[in-house]
Design a protein around this ligand. Structure first.
Ligand SMILES: Cc1ncc(COP(=O)(O)O)c(C=O)c1O
Length: 401
């Protein structure tokens, strides 16, 4: 009979996936569910990517790929770092993985021993602590404050570092808050890292193209090139290129780490689907205008959603500076009752009641280590977003003491 391993048994299903699954169930029962739970662009993948994938098959590239990635893709990725970040990286500093998620998995498997600590500023994307725990890592959360714009503070990082610290995880633009790190923030964090030469940094920059109000993404490596032998950049095709299903992620880091990650990948997935690699080359070589057009749409929708949320009495909503999520705070509504009689004891209860009673799927902030909040993805149509906000307003109006 099947018995899950001890390691797996203690791992919860990520709340993002659990909420999306419950939303699908309700939809199958005919309920008019709007799902703002998943971080999934609602645009089609670029036409160039489809053509590139077809060309790859037609060229007969259907055998096992090289484990780190096919050379044309690694070259296109190096070109991306030059074009978008002004960084010169060599091909042996790069690998492609089955999504950014596998890049993180590879890195933690390649580097963590039991009891090694991974500093994760909260709110965080759910997978960092979960993957770290798979390999015996101990997530050490540091709470970012809303009044600091949810940016991790250098001093808090300094205080969290111990001799067991192996990694600091940074993610900007951030999922779930949309916070970005500017030059000053990065310089202050780099100064702390210079005092702690045993700490590696995972800099997840997968939302780099989705920044608002004229801001431009600055990579940690731009600010601290002297730390290149300790910085692992995570990126990928999913968010900027609307290619979530293609499963192409990118890792860029010091050669010894990348070699170790290649060893992990060689023993797990044996590399990335060749069609997806051909499609990714074509998408990366295209003009960046397509990505910019999606960015503008997200920025417009951010305005629509944040305005609507700020009009709802009892919610507070910071303005996201990037990515495609709003992260309203719920503290004034916790401990009260929904119109359907459910006790809103915390943000999990709130998100469940909102889904059951108003059929809007979101993710509770506590899943990201920071509640009571809700994460709403604005990678959805204007109509869906307007209707979801209307329903949320109605749901909140119905709340009683
Ligand atoms: C911050 C962050 N990093 C990495 C990923 C991984 O994306 P993928 O595995 O699709 O490349 C996600 C996806 O939601 C994310 O939000």
């Amino acid at each position: 009979m099947f018995r899950p391993s001890r390691r797996l048994a203690t791992l919860p299903t990520p709340a993002t996936i659990a909420m999306a699954a419950r939303a699908r169930e309700l939809k199958a029962q005919g309920k008019p569910v709007i799902s703002l739970a998943l971080g999934q662009p609602d645009f089609p993948s670029p036409a160039a990517a489809l053509d590139g994938a077809v060309a790859e098959v037609k060229a007969g590239h259907t055998g096992y790929p090289p484990i780190p990635g096919q050379k044309p893709l690694l070259e296109a990725v190096a070109g991306k770092f030059r074009r978008d970040n002004g960084l010169d990286v060599s091909l042996d500093q790069l690998m492609v993985c089955n999504g950014g998620k596998q890049a993180i998995f590879n890195a933690f498997m390649a580097s963590l021993d039991d009891g090694d600590e991974v500093i994760v500023p909260a709110p965080y994307w759910v997978s960092y602590p979960l993957i770290a725990r798979m390999f015996g890592g101990v997530p050490v959360e540091i709470a970012c404050r809303e009044e600091d714009g949810f940016r991790p503070q250098a001093e808090a990082i300094r205080q969290a570092i111990t001799p067991r610290t192996r990694w600091l995880v940074l993610n900007f633009p951030n999922n779930p808050t949309g916070a970005i790190l500017e030059r000053d923030d990065l310089e202050a964090i780099a100064a702390v890292l210079r005092e702690a030469p045993h700490v590696m940094v995972m800099s997840d920059e997968i939302y780099e193209h989705l920044t608002f109000d004229g801001r431009h993404h600055l990579s940690l490596l731009n600010v601290a090139p002297d730390l290149a032998d300790r910085i692992l950049i995570i990126n990928g095709m999913s968010k900027a290129y609307a290619m979530t299903g293609w499963r192409v992620g990118v890792a860029c880091g010091p050669v010894p780490l990348i070699r170790a990650m290649i060893k992990v990948q060689g023993n797990t997935t044996s590399g990335i689907c060749t069609l997806a690699q051909g499609g990714s080359v074509a998408a990366l070589k295209e003009d960046i205008a397509g990505v910019q057009a999606m960015r503008e749409t997200y920025e417009r929708r951010r305005g629509l959603v944040v305005d609507a949320l700020r009009r709802i009495e009892g919610l507070s909503c910071a303005l996201p500076q990037g990515a495609f999520y709003a992260y309203p705070g719920l503290s004034a509504l916790i401990g009260r009752k929904s119109a359907g009689g459910r006790l809103l004891s915390d943000d999990v209860a709130f998100a469940e009641a909102l889904l059951e009673e108003a059929h809007v799927a979101t993710v509770p902030g506590s899943a990201f280590g920071y509640g009571p909040h809700l994460r709403l993805s604005f990678a959805a149509s204007d109509e869906e977003l307007e209707e979801a906000c209307r329903r949320l307003a109605g749901f909140v109006q119905g709340i009683t003491d």
